[in-house]
Design a binder for this molecule. Structure first.
Ligand SMILES: NC(=O)c1ccc[n+]([C@@H]2O[C@H](COP(=O)([O-])OP(=O)(O)OC[C@H]3O[C@@H](n4cnc5c(N)ncnc54)[C@H](O)[C@@H]3O)[C@@H](O)[C@H]2O)c1
Length: 444
């Protein structure tokens, strides 16, 4: 970028006359739209899904914790337009990419979304733009995919465009942290690109954390998720171990958590879910193979966590068995199918795996989830089920109830009173101080 063009972009960012393009209007993209628009920037949102674009333009949100009122506000301010017309990328000064980065059927990184977005940006690029990738990915993606696409369009880094990576740290529906208050790591492909991206985010978030490079920023995101993945696997392994010893893992963890230093509490559960923790660690595993490095810790954590739905089903089958019942033909009610409490996101949810395992063993499965009225097709599951009302009758008619996700909207006292057999994978009753009948309750 010529010094003059760079200065002009800097000025536009500082005085918030820059137009920010956000590509991928999902769980990550939408909060960013709101953050930039409320901070005074004009935002153009891009998505390949015309239904989402139409919904946003009609002030209809498709994400439970992103209220319609926010869209109304942004439209009232005239700071937001959603579009599927990618030629309009030309109108933007800064472009932030938040498209999916899933795994393929062979558990390898699927960067097709990032690649096609890179091509779209390159096709509409003009000198004087800043491009930032936010999708979680392996170190080197920004340089390996976005840089060649833009250079292929005849543009030169730090002369015609700036390029950086900044990981998203959204924790959906956590009221304690917002886009503004979560520190934002930013790393440029070059120092100058990093500075430009840091300047952009400083207009929206309280604390920008500039790091040495885009690779460091990419790697830091993976480390955060690997940390959780490995620690959750550890407590899941301990749960199985203590269960065999007749020790309640929840008691143990509560006791250990009273140590005021050197211990961080993680909770066991029915397995991992969401778009990040079950997926991102394997982006690093895959990349590490290129360098001849075996990431055994991560693989092991993945194996342990992936086996948890099987463990839950096994515990249920045992408990039914001791009551003289077979899993086959039993009526099982699943409580909570979202991957974590109080959200409507079912991606990679262990509930889907548990349902699939139960169906494969001949059980009749129904579910209740106040946030998920019906199951839609996701990567590995296509289950045509709709949420049942949670009533005394539904509970009493089920041979067993499994709490997979402990949404706060569920009446657990009702569940505790009427479930004939309750498998509680989240210690949901104890957390809410609801007494459980030990004859009818299994912690799993
Ligand atoms: N959901 C989270 O809590 C979270 C947290 C941190 C990081 N991330 C990462 O952020 C990225 C996005 O995740 P998400 O949860 O927002 O996904 P999402 O599926 O909710 O949203 C992605 C959006 O991108 C759109 N899209 C797909 N291809 C596109 C393309 N070529 N051009 C334009 N739009 C396209 C989809 O239609 C969808 O609306 C992923 O890399 C994810 O790992 C997610």
């Amino acid at each position: 970028m010529s010094a003059v063009t760079g200065q002009r972009l800097e000025e536009k960012i500082r005085n918030k006359s820059a137009t920010v393009g956000i590509i991928g209007l999902g769980y990550v993209g939408l909060p960013l739209v709101a953050g930039f628009a409320r901070s005074g920037f004009s935002v153009l949102g891009f998505d390949i899904d015309p239904a989402k674009v139409a919904a946003l333009e009609a002030n209809r949100s498709y994400i439970a914790h992103f209220p319609d009122a926010v869209l109304e506000e942004l439209h009232r301010l005239r700071r937001f337009t959603a579009t599927s017309d990618f030629s309009r990328l030309e109108e933007t000064d800064a472009v932030i990419v938040c498209v999916p980065t899933p795994l393929t059927a062979h558990r390898e990184p699927d960067l097709s979304y990032v690649q096609s977005t890179a091509n779209q940006i390159a096709a509409a690029a003009r000198p004087g733009q800043l491009i930032v990738l936010e999708s979680s990915t392996y170190p080197g993606t920004t340089e390996d995919i976005l840089l060649p696409a833009l250079e292929g369009a005849g543009l030169t880094l730090d002369r015609d465009f700036y390029l950086a990576f900044s990981p998203e740290r959204e924790d959906p529906n956590n009221p304690n942290f917002t886009l503004q208050t979560i520190p934002k790591v930013v790393g440029g492909v070059t120092p100058r690109s990093g500075q430009m991206a840091a300047l952009l985010y400083a207009g929206v978030v309280r604390t920008v954390v500039p790091v040495a490079s885009a690779r460091v920023a990419e790697a830091s995101k993976l480390v955060e998720n690997i940390f959780r993945c490995v620690n959750i696997a550890l407590v899941n392994e301990l749960k199985i171990c203590f269960d065999k010893m007749g020790i309640d893992v929840w008691d143990v963890l509560e006791a250990a958590a009273t140590k005021p230093f050197g211990f961080m509490k993680f909770e066991p559960g029915p397995g991992l879910g969401g778009h990040c923790i079950p997926i991102d660690p394997f982006y690093l595993t895959w990349k590490a193979r290129e360098y001849g490095v075996a990431t055994r810790f991560i693989e092991l954590a993945g194996e342990i966590n992936a086996a948890m739905p099987e463990w839950v089903v096994h515990r249920l089958a045992d408990a039914l068995n001791t009551r003289g019942k077979n899993l086959k033909d039993s009526r099982i009610l699943i409580l909570g199918v979202a991957y974590k409490k109080n959200v409507d996101d079912i991606r990679e949810s262990p509930a889907l795996e548990i349902i699939q395992l139960l169906l494969a063993r001949g059980a009749q499965v129904a579910y209740h989830d106040p946030h998920v009225p019906r199951l839609r097709r996701v990567r590995r599951h296509d289950l045509a089920l709709a949420s049942q009302e949670l009533e005394e009758k539904t509970l009493a008619q089920s041979d067993a109830v499994i709490i997979v996700t402990d949404h706060d909207l569920v009446d657990y006292a009702l569940v505790a009173r009427h479930a004939r057999l309750l498998v509680d994978t989240r210690s949901a009753l104890r957390k809410r101080q609801i007494p459980a009948d030990p004859e009818r309750t299994v912690l799993s």
